[in-house]
Design a protein around this ligand. Structure first.
Ligand SMILES: Nc1nc2c(c(=O)[nH]1)N[C@H]1C(S)=C(S)[C@@H](COP(=O)(O)OP(=O)(O)OC[C@H]3O[C@@H](n4cnc5c(=O)[nH]c(N)nc54)[C@H](O)[C@@H]3O)O[C@H]1N2
Ligand SMILES: Nc1nc2c(c(=O)[nH]1)N[C@H]1C(S)=C(S)[C@@H](COP(=O)(O)OP(=O)(O)OC[C@H]3O[C@@H](n4cnc5c(=O)[nH]c(N)nc54)[C@H](O)[C@@H]3O)O[C@H]1N2
Ligand code: SF4
Ligand SMILES: [Mo]
Length: 747
């Protein structure tokens, strides 16, 4: 008789969180399939398959390199020598070291570096808040935190449509959105569900405008492609605002009743006439006007920006302009427009973080956010009272809204200024590959008194740790999420496979690990739940459901949309309106209206440097097969994309004597790495585009290799100097800098 068990799990191979069905027998994976009937079904990879990361989940689960037991460093840092230890020993020793360091330097000496969007992101801030340290960093400043926090400053809650874009339909089934404006996003590679919705919407008549200096699958689908000079988005968007206002194309009623600061905006926009902005952006005047008209005359509009804008030195201003555009078309919280969901009914992730446990003094101690105030405690504290007054719950997770400033923190580790930061928890992050200016990261990590890493693999970052703790993957843990507190829907998934098989592996969830430490650090009363199922029972208690009951009922709750909520409750901002002129930014000491500034490092702003480094380097355009630095050890995926690729324009390649497939050096003032050339005419000949996330698990772990981290890792070249970061949000400019390229002779 078969003892096959089928579980409804949630894949976390990337951001969408797809519901999938996992079959197992005696604790071993038998097969997996998409849960096609579920609204959050796994995406299709053209034409009909599930995506490659999902298909490779079995290879991932039983990979020979997966970490199985806690490890303690047995040689020098980076020497690749480890000793297997028990969980009890790991918890006892780490907690003891943390306690001692806290006694010597204060709680703020502990930093936590977490990565992007994993299941239980609230656990890390909970642990840090209870420990008493404000120094939690993550990629947020260059990944959605700019958007979320600017949204909350201007609208009082972030609109939803990021990963799961859903076009509203009217009673006859017709899509109600008039125009979709995409800025610096290529969903064809980065967001398969959104991409599917966009293609469907396009067939239904939705107009599409795409802003991107590089030709992509998404620009190919556009009615208007605005191929701007890199980094000039704010000027372009302000010019569209100028055209809309000067030609009275805006939604007068919404602007009059629900927007704050229109006269000031009108005055500011006068500095951005299309004729002048055409020279700055290199987009023809007529095209700016045409785009503004198409946008304003096809309402409601949806405007989505992403990394092409967020990872610039002028990011927040551009995002302000984007939110203004949607306000001018009156598109907030109406069918077909920008839906503002408010919080879910469960106990949400930000409520689980226990921010109230962190004292006001320790918030002030947060590194770098005295300078970069929008994303960090100063900004969150300025916004939170208005949000809670309107919505009754906090917005978004601390991860996205109150991190310390990463580049400043890493400098503090090296200098001891403003105080010693001597320990770090590295949770679901691979800073040696994904964070900017890796040489600095390397020095900082090596200098720590204690670096603990929780991961699936021995990554280049883990290789520098004192302890490496093996975590469960999505297959070995249950899931519950409400969009990190920003969404009204709740998604659940069952644990499909055991996390421990005696003698084979013994992994823990990130929750169990931090609980294990918390119990030894005097935090007993805050960690009453032994495992995630118990935690989820608690989080679902307002719905009068246990986690098990929630799963039996389908494991998904998405309330019907209610529109124009602002007519009853206002917007969650200080004025209760959409703040075109942001009083929150003003209160934080910033320009309340968008201003364009030339990007920090390009031939215009740094002509001297451009003589030595004449090409403009764009990094990180998403690779469909990989999630950031992950999957490099998964053979089936690596076969699809074996090498790191740099796009070079054929004319430039010709001058540099580079042919398709040649290995080339890419060099910036911070170092050089090599990638394989692929010739690509869809961009300015002065641009090159490099992939990010590359390391080579097949190369040796011990120094100097660190699994090939210095070979092709573009973040050896990127800059993180606080002086070049976005003034308000602190994001580091990953998308643009200067470089030179030449052939690798000896390869
Ligand atoms: N040059 C350049 N750099 C970039 C970007 C770019 O465009 N250009 N993009 C940036 C962006 S937007 C982001 S979000 C960051 C991403 O940066 P990271 O989040 O650091 O990158 P990942 O490679 O996704 O994940 C890091 C590690 O987490 C581990 N991991 C995965 N799931 C879990 C889990 O549940 N628990 C634990 N403990 N570990 C887990 C993985 O094995 C991996 O080693 O990269 C940034 N870096
Ligand atoms: N397969 C896969 N999917 C992913 C990820 C992954 O690693 N792999 N990562 C996930 C994460 S964490 C994130 S944040 C998202 C990011 O997903 P996207 O936002 O789509 O990110 P990118 O591909 O980095 O950049 C999008 C586009 O910005 C353009 N761009 C570059 N410079 C400029 C500029 O100056 N102005 C404008 N307007 N555009 C510019 C680039 O040419 C690129 O086509 O993807 C998510 N999805
Ligand atoms: S890896 Fe594939 S199945 Fe998994 S969440 Fe991402 S898109 Fe969905
Ligand atoms: Mo990201």
């Amino acid at each position: 008789m078969s003892s096959e068990v089928i579980k409804s799990a949630v894949c976390e191979g990337c951001n969408p969180r797809c519901r999938v069905l996992v079959h197992s027998e005696n604790g071993k994976l038998v097969k997996m399939r998409e849960d096609k009937a579920h609204p959050r079904s796994a995406t299709t990879w053209p034409p009909t398959q599930a995506c490659p990361r999902f298909r490779a989940a079995e290879e991932f689960m039983y990979h020979k390199d997966r970490l199985n037991f806690p490890l303690k460093r047995a040689g020098e840092k980076g020497e690749g020598k480890w000793k297997k230890i028990s969980w009890v020993q790991a918890f006892d020793e780490i907690a003891d070291k943390l306690e001692r360091l806290k006694g010597k330097y204060g709680a703020e000496t502990l930093a936590c570096h977490s990565g992007t969007l994993r299941t239980t992101e609230w656990v890390h801030p909970r642990f840090m808040n209870l420990f008493g340290s404000p120094n939690h960093v993550n990629p947020g400043n260059v990944c959605h935190a700019p958007c979320i926090n600017t949204a909350v400053a201007m609208l009082g809650w972030p609109p939803t449509h990021r990963t799961f874009l859903r076009f509203e339909r009217d009673a006859s089934g017709k899509v109600t959105t008039g125009c979709l404006l995409l800025i610096g996003i290529n969903p064809a590679r980065s967001r398969p569900h959104m991409w599917k919705a966009i293609r469907d919407g396009k067939k239904q008549g939705v107009k599409l405008i795409v802003v991107d200096p590089r030709k992509t699958e998404t620009t190919d689908l556009a009615d208007i492609w605005l191929q701007l000079r890199p980094g000039t988005d704010t000027a372009l968007l302000m010019s569209m605002i100028n055209v809309i206002i000067e030609n009275d194309l805006y939604h007068e009623d919404f602007v009059e009743h629900w927007c704050h600061g229109f006269p000031e905006l009108r005055e500011r926009s006068m500095a951005y006439p299309p004729e002048k902005i055409s020279e700055i952006t290199q987009v023809p005047t007529e095209k700016i006007k045409e785009a503004a008209r198409l946008y304003a005359l096809n309402t409601p509009t949806l405007t989505i920006e992403s990394m092409g804008l967020e990872q610039q030195s002028n990011a927040i201003a551009g995002i302000q302009a984007k939110f203004i555009l949607s306000a001018l078309t009156g598109s907030y919280d109406i069918p077909g427009g920008e839906y503002i969901p408010g919080p879910a009914k469960c106990i949400t992730e930000p409520e689980m973080e226990l921010r109230e446990e962190l004292s006001p003094e320790q918030k002030k101690n947060q590194i770098g956010t005295d300078r970069f105030r929008l994303i960090g405690w100063p900004g969150r504290d300025a916004m939170l009272p208005h949000v809670i007054k309107t919505w009754g719950k906090p917005f978004s997770a601390q991860r996205a809204s109150a991190p310390a400033h990463h580049p400043t923190l890493y400098r503090a580790i090296l200098t001891g200024d403003p105080y010693p930061v001597r320990a770090m928890m590295g949770i679901a992050s691979n800073p040696m590959v994904t964070q900017p200016n890796v040489k600095l990261i390397y020095k900082a990590l090596k200098s720590l008194d204690l670096y603990v890493v929780q991961d699936y693999w021995m990554t280049p970052s883990a290789a520098l740790a004192d302890y490496v703790l093996p975590v469960t993957s999505w297959l070995e843990r249950p899931y519950l999420g409400a969009g990190l507190g920003s969404h009204d829907s709740i998604l659940g998934g069952e644990k499909a496979l055991p996390s421990t098989i005696p003698g084979e592996y013994d992994r823990k969830t990130d929750y169990e690990i931090l609980r294990g430490l918390g119990l030894r650090l005097g935090q007993e009363r805050y960690w009453p739940w032994e495992d995630l199922e118990q935690v989820f029972d608690y989080m679902l208690s307002p719905l009068n459901l246990t986690f098990n009951e929630f799963m039996i009922a389908g494991g998904y709750e998405s309330p019907p949309r209610q529109f124009r909520k602002y007519e009853k409750m206002g917007f969650g901002t200080p004025t209760g309106k959409v703040e075109l002129f942001s009083t929150i930014l003003e209160q934080l000491g910033y320009d309340p209206l968008p201003t364009y500034e030339e990007p920090h490092e390009n031939p215009v702003s740094k002509p001297e440097l451009a003589r030595e480094y004449p090409l403009m380097l764009c990094t990180g355009g998403r690779i469909s097969e990989f999630f950031h630095s992950e999957q490099r050890q998964i053979d089936s995926i690596r076969r699809m994309h074996p090498d790191p690729l740099v796009q070079i324009h054929p004319e430039t390649a010709n001058t540099l004597d580079i042919q398709e497939g040649n290995w080339v050096w890419i060099e910036s003032p911070r170092g050089r790495i090599r990638q394989k050339a692929t010739l690509f005419a869809g961009m300015d000949p002065k641009m090159v585009h490099c992939e990010h996330g590359w390391w080579f698990p097949e190369l040796p772990e011990e120094e100097p290799w660190l699994h090939g981290v210095w070979e092709s890792n573009i973040n050896v070249l990127t800059d993180d100097d606080p002086d070049v970061c976005d003034k308000m949000g602190g994001g580091w400019p990953l998308k643009w800098g200067l470089c030179r390229v030449y052939r690798v002779k000896e390869y």
